[in-house]
Design a protein around this ligand. Structure first.
Ligand SMILES: [Ca+2]
Ligand SMILES: [Ca+2]
Length: 104
């Protein structure tokens, strides 16, 4: 039975989402809180957020409980045009649509 736990974690991260609504809401709150801080994450003030800046920002912000994987999937979600940085427009545009869960 001990082997089931890691397997469950793997399934939870790449299989169909089985999150209960409360953790879903908590997650959305974290993401909303992050988005409010996006401006501050732009450390070199070039108007875009790179993955490194987002990671740095998450580390320095008081938004806790976000894993590296979540940051990466969040980043990909926000980087609509896939140019490797999140512009302000992208950060505002992407929040209007729900985060895709476990896209193939
Ligand atoms: Ca930047
Ligand atoms: Ca972009």
């Amino acid at each position: 039975m001990k082997h089931l736990l890691p397997l469950t974690l793997i399934l939870a991260s790449c299989g169909p989402a089985k999150l209960d609504p409360e953790s879903e809401i908590a997650r959305n709150r974290k993401i909303m809180a992050l988005q409010e801080k996006f401006d501050r994450f732009d450390y070199n003030a070039d108007g875009g957020l790179t993955l490194a800046e987002v990671k740095q920002g998450v580390k320095e912000s008081d938004v806790g409980g976000i894993t590296n994987e979540e940051i990466v999937s969040l980043f990909k979600h926000y980087d609509v045009n896939k140019d490797g940085s999140i512009s302000r427009w992208e950060s505002q545009h992407a929040i209007d649509s729900p985060l895709p869960e476990n896209q193939p």
